[in-house]
Design a protein around this ligand. Structure first.
Ligand SMILES: NC(=O)C1=CN([C@@H]2O[C@H](COP(=O)(O)OP(=O)(O)OC[C@H]3O[C@@H](n4cnc5c(N)ncnc54)[C@H](O)[C@@H]3O)[C@@H](O)[C@H]2O)C=CC1
Ligand SMILES: O=C([O-])CC(=O)C(=O)O
Length: 271
């Protein structure tokens, strides 16, 4: 049996849900949880209550003495620089969920260079969106156009510049607050830029991917729609993702995409 020893970076909405969902799979062993220094003690205390967490280390850095087989990032931009780049250079494969961070100029190239230096691979997870396999395959033959429309309940946009354009607490109908390139969407809405950045990386890049963002009081899901056209034909994908109760900005599918990727590393059949 293949056992993967995992360092999980980030223990927020996604990290906790992944931890719980793989707890009973003895092929997937989370040995290390990496969190910001100020959270080390509270998370140690929280985990001390759990029966399956006795051998786990909680720290603000990945331990290479107790070398993991895999680093899984579900934390944010800073974690890519602090934990993923060094992990890759040390030859440890990494999975990344904070794809929006890759809209920072130079970061995708740094990840590629670090993976090359360590002779390993960084796996950018599909997260809240689907059809990335088809989009990336379609790119092989050439894509002419990719357009993404993101629609969330108004409160899913709290804490973003949408607040300056719309009265999010009293919205009566669907309102658009952004139209532009995926690059500008990622700059203005960094915490909601994961889907736009994923589509751009799989498709025709941040500058050519067109984005529209809406707040919609009539919906309860995070609704992602995109269409792509090219030599392969046409595709249109709608994904209505239920948000996580612990973070309404995050669709639950993101958690399942991490679990799927982890299980694919240890199952005899990967799908
Ligand atoms: N690819 C996709 O489709 C999606 C990606 N995401 C991204 O996934 C990431 C996690 O999302 P959530 O769990 O919902 O957020 P969250 O805010 O609930 O949890 C993030 C956790 O990471 C921790 N953290 C931050 N910086 C860290 C560092 N340098 N080292 C270790 N831990 C650190 C924070 O303390 C926090 O507990 C975010 O970057 C988010 O933008 C979220 C939704 C969809
Ligand atoms: O639906 C989600 O989980 C996240 C999202 O919109 C994004 O970051 O693009």
């Amino acid at each position: 049996m293949t056992v993967e020893r995992i360092a999980l970076v980030g223990f927020g909405a996604i990290g906790r849900a992944v931890f719980d969902l793989i707890a009973d799979d003895n092929r997937l062993e989370i040995d290390q949880i990496v969190v910001p220094a100020e959270l080390v003690q509270p998370i140690k205390e929280e985990l001390a209550q759990r029966p399956n967490a006795a051998l786990l280390t909680v720290s603000d850095h990945v331990s290479y003495d107790d070398r993991p087989d895999l680093i899984v990032e579900c934390a944010g931009h800073s974690a890519i620089e602090t934990h993923v780049l060094p992990g890759l250079k040390a030859g440890i494969p990494c999975m990344v969920v904070s794809i929006g961070a890759l809209s920072e100029p130079g970061l995708p190239e740094q990840l590629e260079a670090a993976a090359q230096a360590g002779n390993t691979q960084v796996h950018l997870l599909s997260g809240a969106i689907g059809g990335i396999d088809a989009l990336a395959a379609a790119r092989v033959a050439g894509l002419d156009e990719v357009t993404y429309v993101g629609r969330k309940p108004p409160l899913g946009w709290l804490g973003t510049p949408a607040e300056e354009k719309l009265d999010l607490h009293n919205l009566k109908e669907k309102e658009i607050f952004f139209e532009g390139s995926a690059r500008d969407a990622a700059r203005l809405f960094p915490k909601n830029a994961n889907v736009a950045a994923t589509l751009s990386l799989a498709g025709i890049g941040l500058d050519k991917t067109k984005v529209k963002l809406y707040a919609d009081p009539t919906v309860s899901e995070n609704i992602h729609y995109y269409e792509a056209q090219g030599a392969f034909g046409f595709m249109g994908v709608t994904l209505k993702g239920k948000p996580l109760a612990s973070n309404p900005k995050t669709s639950a599918l993101t958690v399942y995409s991490v679990v799927r990727a982890l299980k694919n590393r240890v199952q005899s059949v990967a799908i």
